[in-house]
Every structure is written in C-alpha cells, then in structure tokens.
Design a protein around this ligand. Structure first.
Ligand code: FES
Ligand code: FES
Length: 155
C-alpha cells in the first residue's frame, strides 16, 4: 500500500506517494525528475546512484524511500552550481575526467562526503573510501588527480 513521504532534496521539500520499500533512487528520478543520480547495477555494487543522506554517502538504489523521509537528501545537483561549483566538480572539469560520464555522480558524491569528514585524507584512505565504485571507462587515474586537486584547492 502506498504512503506519503516528505523528502527534502537539495533544499526543497517534496511529497512522494510510494510503497515504503521503493528505492529512493526511483523517487528521485521518476517522481522528482532528477537525471542524476544514475541507475547502474541496482544492487549497491557500482555507486552510480550515490546521494548524501544527512551528509552520509548512501546508495539510493537500495535505500528505501521511507528511510529518507524527513532527512536531508543532497544530489550532485545540490552540491554546487555552474556558477559556484563544489571544489570536486571544478577539479573534475579542470582535469577533464569524464569519458562517458555515467559513473561520475558516484565518485563525486562519495569523495565529497569523504573529504567533508577527512579533508586531508591520504592516498591510501582515498583508495579505501572509493574502493566500491566502478568506472568502465578506466578514468581512475584522472579521478585521483581531480580529488588531489580539490584537496589542495581547499588546503
Ligand atoms: S545503481 Fe546503486 S550501486 Fe549501482
Ligand atoms: S566515465 Fe564512463 S563509466 Fe566512468
């Protein structure tokens, strides 16, 4: 049976009517019309669907919409703006990271949450924190370069 859930997404409050077990990802894409996060595996295996829930990076393909009710959801569109991008978004552009771009949401959102907690994360800590993400285009070296650039821009 469907229920109503209040979702605060990127600073705007929305009401979504859905089964409580429906993935948050479906609410964000299908009900709210956001084109990021992406659907990749749907099994918490790739990270393309990552959003922040009260500041924590979570995989929205396996997060029930009910678990996000009355919490703060941030998508990559809420991380920065074209005029004032998040340091990671600016660094990804400067380093020309994306190939197809499908995975980028996951890397940026996961790294943003990680750097929020640990701005001076070492290479080993970054690799560990990003280990569950996938990029089929092989941009991993460029991704690390961009994260290091974002770190130094905030130092
Ligand atoms: S789509 Fe969610 S982890 Fe792959
Ligand atoms: S840029 Fe294509 S999957 Fe990562």
């Amino acid at each position: 049976m469907n229920k109503k859930f209040s979702l605060n997404v990127n600073g705007h409050v929305h009401t979504v009517e859905a089964d409580e077990q429906m993935p948050l990802l479906y609410a964000l894409r299908d009900d709210l019309g956001l084109n990021n996060p992406h659907f990749g595996c749907g099994l918490a295996q790739c990270g393309a669907c990552t959003v922040h829930l009260d500041g924590e990076a979570v995989r929205s393909c396996v997060m029930p919409v009910s678990a996000a009710a009355n919490k703060t959801v941030t998508t990559i569109a809420g991380l920065g703006t074209p005029e004032k991008p998040h340091p990671l978004q600016a660094a990804y552009v400067a380093e020309g990271v994306p190939q197809c771009g499908y995975c980028i949401n996951g890397w940026v959102m996961t790294a943003a949450a990680l750097l929020q907690k640990n701005p001076k994360a070492t290479d080993a800590e970054l690799r560990d924190g990003l280990a569950g993400l996938k990029c089929r285009c092989g941009t991993h070296v460029a991704i690390m370069r961009a994260i290091k650039r974002a770190q130094s821009s905030q130092a």
